[in-house]
Ligand binder design. Structure first.
Ligand code: C2E
Ligand code: CA
Ligand code: CA
Ligand code: CA
Length: 278
């Protein structure tokens, strides 16, 4: 029994060592990919259904791995957050977004670019300074940027960060709460946060065409957000039936495959800012 026990322990530590090696390897791969410039951004529009115009482009990172299909962030962003590589990756995203947003503004586009900010990035003491440096480097107007902060992160934000977020918003950067409806919100806190818009998570809308209960919940959430004077954006919209129902509930801005998948910059501009090309 003793030998057996030790065997099990050895097996376990060997497994741990292998897992650790795999993790170290992935962390190294991510850093190398950054050095080699293998990350790319795609842009997904938020469409104002009344005018048909794109109002915001959400920047979404992808890893254009040389011998794999485009790797989606779900497979590396959580890991990058755990290891801290997200700080470097986030800096790269921030730099690319600030440059692109400056170029779009210069071309006369009024669309903002939204950037996803993770907990780990925001926890860096110099996060806001780095963002302001990136904006200064490229001459990015504050009005051309939006930050997406998840509901959970927004609810837990400490005073020091909130002050800086308030200041940034005062300068003209829009703030959006991401994935709303997936966390546990202290709803009375929502009204005190420096926020312009709330992105309603896909999980809240995926069943609205099938279930009356889903409709009731979705409609109540929308009413609450709009009652606080905040703009709603619905994420993960996959059908016209959803759009029709959500319009009746008072929503005007939609993001999702039904409107467009994320696109590279060239394709995005060709489709959502055609007159500005060339
Ligand atoms: P998110 O911020 O909630 O982004 C929306 C995700 O939903 C994107 O996945 C988008 O491609 C996908 N999506 C859009 N429309 C639809 C739809 O109609 N149906 C469905 N099923 N999905 C839709 P993606 O690009 O794979 O990104 C996943 C997550 O990775 C993002 O979720 C975000 O949390 C994170 N992420 C992406 N880019 C960045 C980044 O630059 N920095 C950080 N920190 N996180 C990022
Ligand atoms: Ca987002
Ligand atoms: Ca989201
Ligand atoms: Ca998310």
């Amino acid at each position: 029994a003793k030998a057996n026990g030790r065997g099990r322990v050895e097996l376990f530590t060997a497994k741990l060592a292998r897992a650790a090696a795999g993790r170290a390897e992935l962390e190294r791969d991510l850093r190398i990919a950054l050095e080699r410039g293998e990350f790319v951004l795609q842009f997904q529009p938020q469409i104002d259904i009344g005018s048909g115009a794109a109002v915001v482009a959400e920047a979404l990172v992808r890893w254009a791995h040389p011998d794999r299909d485009m790797v989606l962030p779900g497979t590396f962003v959580p890991f990058a957050e755990e290891t801290g590589v997200i700080v470097e990756l986030g800096d790269w995203v921030m730099d690319r977004v600030c440059q692109t947003a400056a170029e779009w503004a210069q071309a006369g586009l009024t669309q903002r670019i939204a950037i996803n900010i993770s907990t780990r990035e925001l926890a860096q003491v110099d996060f806001f300074m780095r963002l302001r440096h990136a904006m200064a480097r490229h001459g990015t107007p504050a009005e051309a940027l939006e930050l997406e902060i998840t509901e959970t992160l927004a609810m837990e934000m400490e005073a020091r960060l909130l002050d800086q977020l308030h200041a940034l918003r005062k300068d003209g950067v829009r703030i959006a709460i991401d994935d709303f409806g997936t966390g546990y919100s202290n709803l009375s806190r929502l009204k005190d946060l420096p926020v312009d818009r709330v992105k309603i998570d896909r999980s809240l809308v995926e069943d609205i065409t099938l279930s009356a209960e889903a409709r009731t919940i979705c409609s109540a959430v929308i009413g609450l957000i709009q009652g606080l004077g905040l703009e709603t954006v619905v994420e993960g919209v996959e059908s016209q039936d959803q759009v029709d129902m959500l319009r009746i509930m008072g929503c005007a801005v939609f993001q999702g495959y039904h409107l467009s998948t994320p696109l590279n910059e060239e394709d995005y501009l060709a489709r959502f800012a055609p007159s500005r090309l060339g």
